[in-house]
Design a protein around this ligand. Structure first.
Ligand code: UDP
Length: 453
């Protein structure tokens, strides 16, 4: 840690929010290679890669950590767990469950994963709840409440809960707790979103359901609410062996860049995010345009979800309008099964940005840090747990602050590289899948108490 500390102390006193961009002369504009007008598109998802085994992590985390997991799981054999969420693909929660479930299974903790079903009206309501719990104003109508309860009730009737522990992820299936009285399970609510400033009506509506659980888990200290049940802190995690995070041949990275017209001979600034206002893609374009007055760079905005989310399509349109016909801004609307391409774009990047104005944990930040990328993040949600300012990355609070950090890091590559290195270590210690498995095993042991022996 000594070297880490030193870096922080030796850094020039730059404010996270400084807009003090020195008035250096703009760089001459280089001649850029032609890029494809429309990137390749994918019609169908490729077959999923088989999930890794515990032993595959040995080279990354070491044998001792794996032994600890086996030891903790020993008393949980023959126990079973059900995870319930609202989507099997897309977003951080599904990504995590895709790995967690087979690893728990390998440790002989039988784990089932059920996805609730609902119509468009349900997902419109739950999307509005999601935004409202993040603090957006929302007029909670009786109709919205009825839709929420109706689909939860339909799912409750369809599903069975014979497991020892039931884990409900996020608000969408929270009312399934109504099934609790007919089960002997311990029920846990795993909240992945930032509840620090929720719309009071939506939280007031959900709270009576949450209070019936045996425990709640939050992704950051600041997300938790006052509740009469025990609360636990679980950082989310990434899987270093997933397609999104595994090492890639440079030839593949080059191929993806060629495909999308990204020029690797020039600095690349990237934000990977759904086209969602809370991810502030428009702010990223504005910050990029400010920074690019002083330092040559390209911007890659790789997102998804715009085709099946009406709000996403509107945000994508706003991003395109803000970008104008700037040839250095590459906007990619990708389907959800482009993990390898996202991985390659992150690896090709000189800097990664996640300029969210509200955020859950921000797995894209974890992914970038794991790849050793100097990362700039909005100081919201779980991002400050990952980015310690000037130590493992740079935190920003504004478009101008973001522009300043892009310019600073691009012109101080040694400092930027050290941030990337520190960030990688920080993820290795705190935010990998194996750490997450350990937290779940410990929690199951606590919840099942003497029932484990
Ligand atoms: N992601 C993706 N394609 C996209 C946008 C995002 O695969 O077009 C992935 C991203 O790499 C990350 C996850 O989706 O693994 C997003 O998680 P995060 O916590 O950053 O944000 P969320 O979308 O869950 O709010």
């Amino acid at each position: 840690m000594d070297s880490v500390k030193q870096i922080a102390e030796n850094t020039p006193e730059t404010s996270a929010d400084s807009s003090d961009l020195p008035m250096a002369a703009a760089e001459p504009v280089p001649i850029r290679p032609e890029r494809r007008q429309s990137p390749r598109t994918w019609e169908t998802p490729p077959a999923p890669a088989p999930p890794p085994h515990l032993d595959d992590y040995r080279a990354i985390v070491g044998e001792a950590e794996l032994d600890e997991l086996r030891f903790l799981a020993r008393d949980l054999k023959r126990k079973s767990v059900k995870m319930v969420n609202s989507t099997a693909v897309g977003g951080g929660v599904a990504e995590m469950l895709n790995r967690l479930v087979p690893l728990l299974g390998e440790l002989e903790v039988t784990t089932h994963w059920d996805v609730i079903t609902g119509g468009n009206d349900f997902y419109e309501v739950t999307k509005a709840f999601h935004n409202a719990l993040h603090g957006s104003a929302y007029d909670l109508t009786r109709q919205a409440q009825e839709i929420f309860l109706m689909y939860n009730e339909q799912n409750r009737q369809r599903m069975q809960f014979p497991e020892d522990v039931v884990v409900i992820h996020d608000p969408q299936p929270a009312a399934l707790i109504g099934a609790r009285e007919n089960t002997s399970a311990r029920w846990v609510w795993r909240c992945h979103i930032d509840l620090s400033n929720p719309d009071p009506r939506v939280w007031g509506f959900l709270r009576p359901f949450i209070e019936q659980f045996d425990a709640a888990i939050f992704s950051s200290q600041s997300f938790a609410r006052q509740l009469p049940i025990p609360q636990y802190l679980f950082y989310p995690c990434i899987d270093p062996l997933s397609e999104k995070n595994k090492e890639l041949d440079d030839s593949f990275v080059q191929k993806v860049c060629d495909e999308f017209g990204v020029d690797r001979s020039r600095p690349i600034v990237t934000q990977v995010s759904r086209f969602d206002r809370l991810k502030d893609p428009v702010g990223v374009v504005q910050a990029f345009k400010l920074a690019r007055k002083y330092v040559d760079c390209q911007l890659v905005l790789a997102g998804g979800g715009a085709s099946d989310d009406p709000e996403g399509a509107v945000v994508l349109q706003e991003v395109k309008e803000t970008a104008g016909n700037d040839p250095d801004i590459i906007i990619l609307d990708l389907p959800p099964w482009c993990a390898l391409e996202i991985n390659a774009l992150q690896r090709a990047s000189t800097l990664v940005v996640q300029k969210s104005i509200k955020e859950g944990f921000g797995l894209t930040v974890t992914e970038a840090l794991w790849k050793g990328k100097p990362t700039i993040g909005g100081a919201v949600g779980g991002i400050p747990n990952q980015i310690i300012h000037k130590l493992t990355g740079a935190l920003v609070h504004s478009v101008e602050g973001c522009a300043y950090q892009i310019r600073y890091l691009l012109t101080h590559p040694e400092f930027a590289a050290q941030l990337g290195k520190n960030g990688h270590e920080h993820v290795k210690e705190n935010f990998l899948m194996t750490t997450n498995v350990r937290r779940w095993l410990l929690l199951f042991r606590i919840l099942l108490g003497r029932r484990t022996t």
